[in-house]
Design a protein around this ligand. Structure first.
Ligand code: ADP
Length: 766
């Protein structure tokens, strides 16, 4: 090979391949001189790339050995020391040496020509592989493949293709140099393919990443745009949800509640914002938010724990009821001493109209608590207590939650009225929901299906009322402290009317004090002849009737003052409705008067027995319960066991049917206390001995004829007295109960304590 000399231009950060036309700027003094020298001679230069392009010193160590001889095609002087030249690579060359330190670097070199070609078939394969690679690069970079491949069209030889491709691709110069230096076309193709595929990988990773970033940005932008559009549309429709939402937000912020509650509301507000106006769902969400905002999460009123004040208010509003008031005051005392929630819940049990509700109202007033009454009578659906889930159409919170909402504070007095009239049906368990309300362990976080967030009921003071404890399930009853409120006597009723009801009705009907007076006698008549009840509700109504009539008369100018007397009572209330004289007019066989306790007070019960020829059958009618039937069976067994004593024929029970009937067949009756009454009636019918008309009795019977104690004596005795009975037979063991009754009740009655049937029969049979 010939050694030749040419001016050297070191290249920085680039690499020129044979066949490539490139232009670059030359500024190094020796390079500018080299250009000038070349232009004066063959116009050729040797281009060799620097290893370190930041190092301006030209040394053998800083230059690659393989470069390219290039022809200068154009020289443009840009500035004094800066020329731009256009060159075309001609052939690869090896740098052999150069003289340093001179102005022009004269380099000694030898041409090394093209890559060593491969054999024909291989060469074709390499060519095909390179073309494929380039196309995949074009696809990866998103270029138009046809356009991209156009410069490579003229080539058929892989070597030339490698020069062209390496020159065009954006590869680092050291990689390009590596390709330039390869000896065989195979090696060069190999390494070029590797670099292209690396590049394709990098590009695709970059693209993925870019797409992700762009995706996120795009979505944000899109949402923003849509939201803005929505705003404009709503504005056009005159639906300004934003101000509602802002006001909801402000209310939530000001709300005195837990973070969980607030978070829940915020979430719903966000939902409302997305739903916008008008849709039925947005109305549901709006209702929900409003309900949550109205609930008294942490709002409390301050209690007045002054017991003297409480006693004063209870006395002011209610006549009598001494025991009840005492128990209530004890309860309040314990309550203010212990932690809330530890005291049991009061349940006032008694007949209607005896002041249960009104006591609860007075307690609320005394404690300065908000008073909320929840009527539970007839509630059968669990949802009434616990609310409907919001997925139901027209879903609502339960009564407890609504009550709390209406109270506006979390510590009201909640009256659960008629808790004994709750029942279960297929729609879930009402009682267990009530248990959750009343159980101090559970009611800290009461779950209402509609509200979804737990509600704290532990601060609520619950008072329940019921007519009877019989229909209250045991677990519920266990949570409550039962305070019995009993029927009133005539005297008590008269006092209540005089002290409270008359004044109340006068006020209610717009009359002035003194415009209406009702004397003692006419009042007694109202109680006796116009009402029959355990409480005073109807009495209050009758007084109300009088007030209305009186108001009319006064207004029409007939009179200035109305005075009700025994003479004009009929004018105001019409004909007498009841007369208490219910005792039989004469002694009769097979008819005995018993005494009964019912949820609405005491009553007398007439028991009839007929004996007729038959086959020894035993018939009971009058809607009797199981206990009552069994007690009748016990009675007949007793009679059979003593048949000798009463001279009853041995065959009598085989040849006769016995039928017991208790009139008022529509009213269900049950309990053991008619035992001795039925036995007496049967014996009277069998022996044909009459029963005294002025005797009534109550007591359970055993097989051996013993008389066992029973309950409800106050009501029963009152009923007996009202029925005009003179003598009442009572189990001996009930003596303490009778002694507890006020004289007013027992006055005029002969109470006979009995221990066995013999004593009963002695008193009852004529
Ligand atoms: P309940 O809840 O037991 O059915 P209420 O509390 O509704 O009965 O009482 C009916 C009416 O009788 C009310 O107006 C109440 O004020 C009055 N009342 C009942 N008992 C008394 C009483 N002892 N003193 C004064 N008023 C009474």
């Amino acid at each position: 090979m010939d050694k030749k000399i040419l001016p050297l231009i070191p290249l920085r950060g680039m690499c020129v391949f044979p066949g490539m036309v490139v232009h670059f700027d030359v500024s190094h003094q020796s390079s500018v001189k080299a250009v000038e020298e070349a232009m004066m001679g063959s116009e050729e230069v040797l281009l060799v790339t620097q290893r370190d392009f930041l190092n301006t010193e030209i040394t053998a160590g800083n230059l690659y050995t393989i470069g390219v001889v290039a022809k200068i095609k154009q020289v443009i002087k840009v500035q004094n020391n800066l020329v731009r030249i256009l060159v075309e690579g001609i052939s690869r060359a090896r740098l052999l040496g150069f003289e340093e330190g001179k102005h022009i670097i004269a380099a000694e070199y030898e041409l090394i020509g093209d890559y060593e070609p491969a054999e024909d078939r291989k060469s074709k394969a390499l060519f095909g592989a390179l073309i494929d690679m380039l196309e995949s690069y074009a696809v990866a970079t998103g270029k138009d493949v046809k356009e991209f491949m156009r410069p490579y069209k003229p080539f058929t030889d892989p070597g030339k293709l490698i020069y062209q491709a390496s020159g065009n691709l954006t590869l680092y110069f050291d990689k390009k140099q590596e390709i330039l230096e390869k000896e065989t076309v195979e090696d060069a193709a190999d390494i070029l393919c590797r670099y292209i595929s690396e590049e394709v990988d990098i590009i695709s990773i970059k693209k993925d990443f870019e797409e992700k970033v762009r995706g996120a940005v795009d979505k944000n932008q899109r949402d923003y745009l849509l939201r803005e559009q929505l705003k404009v549309i709503r504005g056009e429709l005159g639906e300004d949800t934003d101000s509602d939402i802002d006001s909801f937000k402000a209310q939530t912020e000001a709300l005195c509640a837990d973070k969980t509650v607030k978070d829940k509301i915020y979430k719903e507000i966000d939902r409302l914002r997305l739903l916008g106006h008008g849709s039925s769902e947005s109305a549901v969400v709006r209702g929900y938010i409003e309900t949550l905002l109205e609930l008294p999460w942490d709002k409390m009123s301050k209690d007045n724990n002054d017991l003297k004040n409480a006693a004063k208010i209870l006395d002011r509003d209610h006549y009598g009821l001494e025991k009840v008031k005492e128990r209530i005051l004890e309860f309040l005392a314990v309550r203010s001493l212990t932690q809330k929630g530890e005291t049991p819940i009061i349940c006032l049990v008694g007949p209607p109209g005896t002041g249960k509700t009104s006591i609860a109202r007075s307690v609320a007033e005394a404690l300065e608590k908000k008073y909320i009454r929840i009527h539970l009578g007839g509630v059968r659906d669990e949802a009434e207590i616990r609310g409907h889930r919001r997925t139901y159409v027209g879903a609502m919170p339960g009564r407890i939650a609504v009550g709390l909402k209406n109270a506006g504070v979390k510590n009201p007095l909640m009256l659960l009225d008629e808790i004994d009239k709750v029942s279960n049906d297929y729609k879930g368990d009402t009682f267990s929901a009530l248990l959750e309300v009343l159980d101090p362990d559970q009611n800290k976080a009461f779950s209402d299906h509609y509200i979804e967030v737990p509600i704290d009921l532990s601060e609520v003071l619950f008072i329940a009322t019921a007519n009877t404890v019989q229909t209250i399930p045991q677990p519920l009853l266990d949570r409550m402290e039962v305070i019995e409120v009993t029927s009133y006597t005539e005297n008590e009723k008269a006092h209540i009317a005089k002290d409270h009801l008359i004044a109340k009705q006068i006020r209610k009907n717009g009359l002035k004090k003194g415009q209406l007076t009702i004397g003692k006698k006419p009042l007694e008549m109202i109680i006796r002849n116009y009402t029959r009840e355990a409480g005073v509700r109807n009495l209050e109504r009758r007084i109300g009737d009088i007030c209305r009539k009186a108001a009319r008369e006064i207004l029409e100018g007939e009179t200035e003052k109305v005075k009700v007397t025994t003479d004009n009572l009929e004018h105001y209330l019409g004909k007498k409705k009841y007369s208490y004289d219910k005792k039989n007019s004469r002694n009769e066989i097979g008819i005995v008067r018993g005494l009964a306790w019912t949820a609405v007070g005491g009553d007398t019960l007439e028991i009839e027995v007929n004996v007729m020829p038959g086959k020894g059958e035993f018939l009971l009618t009058g809607k009797l319960g199981d206990v009552m039937k069994e007690s009748a069976q016990a009675g007949i067994s007793y009679i059979r066991s003593v048949s000798k004593k009463y001279k009853i024929d041995k065959e009598f029970f085989k040849e006769h049917d016995i039928h017991i009937h208790i009139p008022e067949g529509a009213v269900p009756k049950d309990g053991p206390s008619a035992g001795i009454t039925m036995a007496t009636a049967m014996l009277s019918a069998i022996t044909k001995k009459a029963v005294r008309a002025d005797v009534a009795m109550t007591g359970e019977i055993t097989l051996r004829g013993r008389v066992l104690p029973i309950g409800g004596l106050k009501e029963k005795t009152l009923a007996a007295k009202n029925a005009g009975i003179k003598k009442v037979l009572v189990p001996a063991k009930n003596r303490p109960d009778i002694e507890e009754l006020s004289e007013e009740i027992t006055n005029g009655l002969t109470i006979v304590y009995v221990e066995n049937m013999e004593e009963v029969l002695k008193e009852a049979l004529v």
